[in-house]
Design a binder for this molecule. Sequence first.
Ligand SMILES: *Cc1c(COP(=O)(O)O)cnc(C)c1O
Length: 486
Amino acid sequence: MKLIFEKSSKGRTAYTLPKLDVPESNIDIPTHLIRKTHLNFPEVYETEVVRHYNELASLNYSVDRGFYPLGSCTMKYNPVLNEEAASLEGFKMLHPYQEEETIQGALELMYELQNFLVEITGMDNITLQPAAGAHGELTGMLIIRKYLHDNNFNHKNEVIVPDSAHGTNPASAAMAGFKVIEVKSNSEGRVDLKNLKELVNENTAAIMLTNPNTLGIFEKDILEISQIAHQNNALLYYDGANLNAIMGKSRPGDNGFDVVHLNLHKTFSTPHGMGGPGSGPVAVKSYLKAYLPKPIVSRRENGMYFFDYNIPKSIGRVRSFYGNFLVLVKAYTYILSMGKEGLKKASELATLNANYLKEKLSKSFEIAYSSLCKHEFVLKGTMLKNYGVNTLDFVKRLLDYGIHPPTIYFPLIVDEAMMIEPTETESKETLDFVIDVYEKVLDEAINSPEVLKEAPHSTPVKRLDEVKANKELKVRYINNEEQGLD
Ligand SMILES: *Cc1c(COP(=O)(O)O)cnc(C)c1O
């Protein structure tokens, strides 16, 4: 389709303003501040704008259009009710500098959300400030570092991370100044306890785990792992980006974790992807409360809510103001509308859907780890190579059948990995359709592999040069006239 700039025609406008009924003012703008080049806005009618953006939106694949099973990312359907709540005037028109007396409702919402999340995770205290999962990890790591420092454990400079971990885990630990030590997974896809025991020593600051891990498998030895950490004066960190496999069922706080981050934009239902606003609250056990970022929301005896800056050893602020407030509103709405039983049910269905898909697909595909999974599982695409294609070719072909590819080539420890998370919001009919499509494409891989090589055939853009798209990112339209100037 054409760019909006290419639809531009001089003199067209998409607005109508009343006639000027006051004298025109001639403010003298200093000449050096006056723009020398044409502003280069597209000039189009209102209908053209509306049609243009609707057409653009229709080219985009999203969870509102179809199955979107990105493993380790929980792309689930996000109820419209949450959007309604977040667009209430009283929430969306708030100003971060408003007096506390005028924002009691917003503060109450944050206070209650803090309590809900503390209850769900089995922790004691929480900050809602971090803006994303990775940001929460960094916050958690900085809390751990300061705590260790204050307790004369300065020499503790190593964080142990499994080889199946999400890439942000080692990155966050390194960014907080720790050395990252990798612990192996065993043949069941769990942390190799023997290897872990070899790695833990007096320099260990923390063990960072995801549970269920990114292979979708629950670390059943978690209590023993917690013991190993604590016996060595190390802390246990929980990556709770995708809590949807266990919420209402098992609490990281009860399993010995000291610090937990959550992704409200995954588990607690805010649309994400494309860099949209997120929220990565960090919950801690009470002995770490004094290190949380400032402020947290507290309640006075007279019932008034306030921003509590009295956090003596706080690591400081990690974000301007109080986090992404409207994401908090959505998470709050989601938790209230689901209720205790609803959250539990969501976990059960997420796990049921993943196991249903895994069992059915295991008839034709190799499953990386065949034990019962939680919210996600990993297929191995190794056998595709026998037909001259690979995982990338395979998933590109899925697009032609109208379903989004799973996460691929992650976790790194699985060859030709396809990591599938159907989520709790998909029906049996959808899952059966997906199974059909996977089997059909496998059939094509065997009988007409060239179709996969060239796929996708039906999407607005075909195969992209993904490296170039990353290295030479072009996010702005430059016309011929401007090209010479830039
Ligand atoms: C998504 C995810 C993260 C990072 O969250 P962002 O909000 O993208 O920074 C961390 N860990 C796991 C397991 C995740 O799935």
